[in-house]
Design a protein around this ligand. Structure first.
Ligand code: FRU
Length: 512
C-alpha cells in the first residue's frame, strides 16, 4: 500500500516537472510586438554578441552572450541555438554559466579534429570553446587583471560543455584592463592553433599546440585604423582573390563609429607566421557595414572545404541604445548570416557582404512591379526587394524607397547622386524617443563605380538590411514602428522621372 502511494507521488511529481518543462519551452510565441520574423532573437531576455560559431555534422552552432534573467545586460552566460540551414533555428539550453572565475564573456569554438587537446572522450572529436572569464570580484579590486581566457569542451556535439580544470589558459600577465574575446583557428603553416584577442586599442596574437598552453606572438593596431573606442571581438581568416591569399582581420569597435556608437572595421594584409602586416597605409579605415546596427560580427569556424564560404553574423544592435530599445520580453536580434568575399575596386581590395543563399528558401510569392514615383504598393512587411538602375541612363539626383504604415511612420532608404552616398532616415520610424542617439539619418559611401547600381533590401518587422552593389556598401538598421511597415513608395528627386522596375518577394517567417 505504502509503495503504491509512493509511486503515485512520484508520478505526480513527474507530471508537474514535464508540464513545467513544456511551459518553459513555450515561453515565447515569437509573435510579440517588434519580434523579428526571419532573424534569430533569443527566446526571452537579453542577448548581445554572437559567440562560439562552429559547424559540425550538419549543424551550425550559434552561441551568444546571454543574460537569461533580465532584458538588460548582466552576468553573462552563453546561450545556444543550432540550425541546419543558417535560416531556421532551434533553441537549446544555456551552454555555459558564470562560475567562480567570472562571467562568460565572448569567445569562439573549434572542432579539435586531431584531439590535440587530449580532451576527447568517446567517438566525437571535442568541440573546444575558448572564451573570456570576466571577474566582477577582481574588477572591484581595480587591479586590472579581471579578464583572462579559459576553455570548455563538449564531447556530445555541443549539447553539454565541461569547463577545463586548468583554467584560465591565457592569464592576464600584463594586467590589461580590456583583454578579451579570443577567436581561435587552426593555422596550417604553423601547425598550431592561433588566437587573436582584443587588448584595449590593439589586438594580440597567441599560438598553441594543444589549446591549453598558449604563447604570446605579437600585437597589431597601434595607430592603424579607427581608435575612437575600445577594440573588441576580433576575427582573423584567409580569403582568396584571383588566386591570391590575403588575411583579413576584423575588429569591432565601441564607440566612435562613422554613424555613431559601435561598429566593425577590418584590415587586409599578410600573416608571416608571427605578425599581421597591414597592406594599407595606417590611416586607411575600412568599415564592414555603415548602418548603426551590426556589431560584434564574427565568422563560423569549420565550414566544410567543399562549401568554402566565410560566413559572418552580427548582433543587430548598438551599445549606444541596445539596453533601452522598446521590446518587452526579449532584447535584440542578429543580422542575416552573410558571406564575406574580397572584391577588387578602384579604391583597392574591399570586403563585400551578402546574405547567405539559403535565405532564398523563405521566398514565397514574388512580383515584378513598375514603380512610378510617388505610387504606393502594399507589402506584407516581411519582404525582399531587388532593383538596379543604370545611372548612365538617368539624370535622377536622388531615389529610393519609403516604407510606411497607416500611422504615417516611415523609414527611408535611398541613394543621393551628388553625395554619392546611400542613406537611411529612421527619424520618423515610430518609437524613437528611448535614446537621443536613435532618430538619425545615416550615410554609407558608394564604393562601386559601375554605372549600374544594384540594391537588395531585406525588410523584417523591426529591421532593414541594405546590400548595395553586390554587398560593397552595406547598411543595417533597426526601428520600432507602432504597426509594421505594410506599404512601400518609390521616390525620385530631380531629373526626369522614370518608372522603376523592382522585384518584390514576400518572405515567410522562420518561426512556427
Ligand atoms: C562586445 C562585448 C565584448 C564582451 C561582451 C560582454 O559587445 O563588450 O567585448 O566580451 O560584449 O558581454
Amino acid at each position: 500500500m505504502k509503495t503504491k502511494r509512493l509511486n503515485s507521488f512520484f508520478l505526480i511529481v513527474l507530471i508537474i516537472l514535464l508540464v513545467a518543462c513544456t511551459t518553459e519551452k513555450k515561453q515565447t510565441s515569437y509573435n510579440e510586438k517588434y519580434r523579428p520574423q526571419f532573424h534569430f532573437s533569443p527566446p526571452g531576455n537579453w542577448m548581445n554578441d554572437p559567440n562560439g560559431l562552429v559547424y559540425y555534422k550538419g549543424e551550425y552552432h550559434f552561441f551568444y552572450q546571454y543574460y537569461p534573467d533580465s532584458t538588460v545586460w548582466g552576468p553573462m552566460h552563453w546561450g545556444h541555438a543550432v540550425s541546419n540551414d543558417l535560416v531556421h533555428w532551434d533553441n537549446l539550453p544555456v551552454a555555459l554559466y558564470p562560475d567562480s572565475l567570472g562571467y562568460i564573456f565572448s569567445g569562439s569554438a573549434v572542432i579539435d579534429w586531431n584531439n590535440t587537446s587530449g580532451l576527447k572522450q568517446g567517438n566525437e572529436p571535442p568541440i573546444v570553446a575558448i572564451f573570456t572569464h570576466h571577474s566582477p570580484t577582481i574588477l572591484e579590486k581595480k587591479t586590472n587583471d579581471h579578464e583572462y581566457q579559459s576553455i570548455a569542451f563538449s564531447n556530445d556535439k555541443g549539447r553539454t560543455f565541461i569547463k577545463y580544470d586548468g583554467n584560465p589558459v591565457i592569464p592576464n600577465k600584463l594586467k590589461e584592463a580590456d583583454f578579451r574575446d579570443p577567436k581561435v583557428s587552426w593555422n596550417d603553416s604553423l601547425e598550431k592553433w592561433v588566437v587573436v584577442l582584443a587588448a584595449g586599442q590593439k589586438v594580440e596574437f597567441f599560438s598553441s599546440p594543444d589549446l591549453k598552453n598558449w604563447e604570446y606572438m605579437s600585437e597589431f593596431g597601434t595607430g592603424a585604423g579607427a581608435h575612437e573606442g575600445v577594440w573588441e571581438c576580433p576575427d582573423f581568416f584567409k580569403l582568396k582573390i584571383q588566386g591570391e591569399e590575403k588575411w583579413v582581420l576584423i575588429v569591432n569597435m565601441n564607440p566612435g563609429c562613422p554613424n555613431g556608437g559601435s561598429g566593425t572595421q577590418y584590415f587586409i594584409g599578410q600573416f608571416n607566421g608571427k605578425e599581421f602586416i597591414n597592406d594599407n597605409p595606417k590611416e586607411t579605415t575600412l568599415w564592414l557595414d555603415y548602418g548603426p546596427d551590426n556589431y560584434a560580427g564574427v565568422t563560423w569556424s569549420d565550414i566544410p572545404k567543399e562549401d568554402g564560404r566565410r560566413i559572418l553574423i552580427g548582433w543587430m544592435s548598438n551599445w549606444a541604445y541596445a539596453q533601452v530599445t522598446p521590446t518587452a520580453e526579449w532584447r535584440s536580434s542578429n543580422t542575416i548570416p552573410r558571406v564575406l568575399e574580397l572584391k577588387s575596386t578602384p579604391a583597392g581590395l574591399r570586403l563585400s557582404a551578402n546574405p547567405v543563399k539559403e535565405i532564398e528558401k523563405l521566398r514565397a510569392a514574388s512580383s515584378v512591379i513598375k514603380l512610378t514615383a510617388g505610387s504606393e504598393v502594399k507589402i506584407t512587411g516581411l519582404n525582399e526587394f531587388e532593383m538596379s538602375k543604370n545611372l548612365a541612363e538617368t539624370d535622377t539626383e536622388e531615389f529610393g524607397f519609403i516604407f510606411s504604415n497607416s500611422k504615417g511612420e516611415q523609414l527611408i532608404a535611398g541613394y543621393n547622386r551628388q553625395l554619392n552616398q546611400f542613406y537611411t532616415d529612421r527619424s520618423k520610424s515610430g518609437k524613437t524617443d528611448f535614446s537621443p542617439e536613435f532618430a538619425k539619418i545615416h550615410y554609407a559611401p558608394r564604393i562601386s563605380q559601375d554605372s549600374v547600381l544594384s540594391l537588395n533590401l531585406f525588410l523584417d518587422h523591426s529591421s532593414i538590411e541594405i546590400f548595395a552593389d553586390g554587398g560593397l556598401s552595406v547598411m543595417t538598421e533597426i526601428f520600432f514602428p507602432s504597426e509594421i511597415f505594410d506599404r512601400v513608395t518609390f521616390f525620385q528627386k530631380g531629373g526626369t522621372a522614370v518608372n522603376q522596375e523592382c522585384t518584390i518577394y514576400d518572405l515567410n517567417s522562420i518561426w512556427p
